[in-house]
Write a protein that binds this ligand. Structure first.
Ligand code: NAD
Length: 482
């Protein structure tokens, strides 16, 4: 059965698109067509921005509500999304190949959890404070007002969570939005649109425009939006930053990564105890997760043991159809992406890295599979250690002491995630503190709603998550009382 959306969610309901062009969505596991979605054109983006603008500018509308009133709607929105959890997991996995165990644990639950968290943030939000001027002793009112209409652009790898990373704090702040999902994953956001309507989100507060990068570019440069929130590749982030720079438009950018998993010489390498965490920090969603530690830094004294551990981990994982609950490694999200990942595997071999395991397609006769692939004897200068592959390909790099491990970790264009593996928390903290990155875990981590998530260097600008994220959707104003 295929899923069809022949209308667009604009202005609080499903409306006719301006053209009959559609996006065909294909299963990454079976290569079969699983749905089709009306493709937004520039006129539809204009209509969506108009709807968001009207909703934002309404003198009694969403932006003017007390945060606690918005929080009530956000909680209803969370309930409506949660009730669609199994469908969300199913659609995400069918589209992008994320193992359904992972989409059920993350994609189906994170959006509602984030909405509830930010509803709580909204309830406690201080949007106005009085200060006494140091010079004149007068009263100055400092306000945090909603920033305006947000253009939110989302990638295909965690389409639900990464959309919620944006709309949950934006709604708490009082913004309205136009969300552009990726063409590869535009079936699942239809469920969010239905949930928004069911929850009574006022018309125009959330609008969805499925389309490719041209439609994204039209949204980014649109004269009637006030802010861009982007997650995606560093290349696209750079071009969006250029446009926003010219327009002096606020932008948050969550971009690519090439994070280091630093195994210290006292690390527990027993897969029975650390295997699940190692998997979650190096190969989750077959490496199509931005904060994965794809450069594994291993101490020379235990190098062979680390190689054996990762070879055993890779070899133990079940490859298969993303909708099979037993699957741990699904396919790449598209054939183009599979080709790209295979190109890096070829490059790794050509540059002299030692292929320990993987490199093939896992014996699958359909779907865009790449086996978990472990390269040893990798020099940090190799292409496979410097460029983001975004697949299940790990580079094992040898180091001699903690100083050198930190130096190699920081010898990267990126600074997004990372992990330090040790039985000594204090030592782990010492190393983690010196790694130039936005997020890092001692013996692994997954992003938590309570704490900011973002990148440094070429991994991005600004943070999502945590109470801090709301500030990116607010405009600060000082009103002087003279
Ligand atoms: P991508 O940059 O190709 O596309 C991301 C989104 O941006 C898509 O919706 C796409 O249509 C749109 N887009 C592309 N170019 C655009 C442009 N010039 N103007 C406006 N919109 C544009 O990325 P992808 O392949 O979909 O996703 C994978 C990338 O996302 C990886 O690099 C990954 O590291 C990154 N990512 C980062 C984070 C993070 O939090 N830092 C999280 C997940 C993914």
């Amino acid at each position: 059965m295929t899923i069809t959306y022949d209308k667009l969610f604009i202005g609080g309901g499903w409306t006719d698109p301006s053209s009959d062009r559609t996006i065909t969505v294909v299963s990454a596991s079976t290569e079969e067509v699983i749905g089709s979605v009306a493709e937004a054109q520039e006129a539809d983006v204009d209509a969506a921005v108009d709807a968001a603008r009207t909703a934002f500018d309404d003198p009694n509308g969403w932006a003017t509500w007390e945060p606690a009133r918005r929080a009530e709607v956000m909680e209803r929105f969370a309930d409506a999304i949660e009730s669609r959890g199994p469908d969300i997991a199913q659609r995400v996995s069918a589209q992008n190949g994320m193992p359904i165990a992972i989409s059920s644990a993350f994609e189906a639950t994170f959006p509602a959890a984030l909405l509830r968290y930010y509803a709580g943030v909204a309830r406690n939000m201080v949007t106005e404070e009085q200060r006494t001027g140091l010079v004149a002793g007068n009263t100055i009112t400092v306000r945090r007002d909603p920033l305006g209409v947000v253009g939110a652009i989302v990638p295909w790898n965690f389409p639900q969570s990464l959309a919620a990373f944006k709309y949950a704090p934006a709604l708490a702040a009082g913004c309205t939005m136009v969300i552009k999902p990726s063409p590869e994953t535009c079936l699942d956001l239809g469920l969010i649109a239905d949930a928004a309507a069911e929850a009574g989100l006022p018309a125009g507060v959330i609008n969805v425009v499925p389309g490719g990068r041209e439609i994204g570019a039209h949204l980014v440069a649109h004269p009637r939006i006030d802010k861009v929130a982007f997650t995606g590749s560093t290349a696209a982030g750079r071009s969006i930053a250029e446009v926003c720079g010219r327009l002096l438009r606020p932008v948050t950018l969550e971009l690519g990564g090439k994070s280091a998993a630093i195994i210290l010489d006292d690390a527990d390498l027993d897969l029975g105890t650390v295997g699940a965490n190692l998997f979650q920090n190096t190969l989750l969603n077959q490496g199509q997760t931005c904060f994965m530690g794809t450069r594994v830094l291993a101490p020379a004294s235990r190098y062979d043991e680390v190689v054996d551990t990762f070879a055993a981990l890779a070899g133990s994982l079940t490859i298969g159809d993303a909708l099979d609950p037993g699957t741990q490694i699904g396919p790449m999200a598209s054939s183009t992406h599979r080709d790209r990942v295979e190109g890096y595997i070829a490059k790794g071999k050509a540059e002299g890295a030692r292929l320990v395991t993987g490199g093939g397609r896992g014996g699958q006769d359909r779907g865009w599979f790449v086996e978990p692939t472990i390269f040893a004897d990798v020099d940090n200068k190799f292409t496979i250690a410097q460029e983001e592959i975004f697949g299940p390909v790990l580079s094992l790099i040898k180091y001699n002491d903690d100083e050198e491990a930190v130096r190699i970790a920081n010898d990267s264009e990126f600074g997004l995630g990372g992990s330090v593996w040790t039985q000594d928390q204090a030592r782990g903290l010492g190393v983690a503190t010196r790694v130039q990155t936005g997020n890092i875990g001692i013996n692994g981590f997954v992003p938590d709603p309570s704490s900011p998530f973002g990148g440094v260097k070429a991994s991005g600008l600004g943070q999502e998550l945590g109470p801090e994220a709301v500030h990116h959707y607010q405009q600060i104003k000082s009103i002087y009382n003279t």
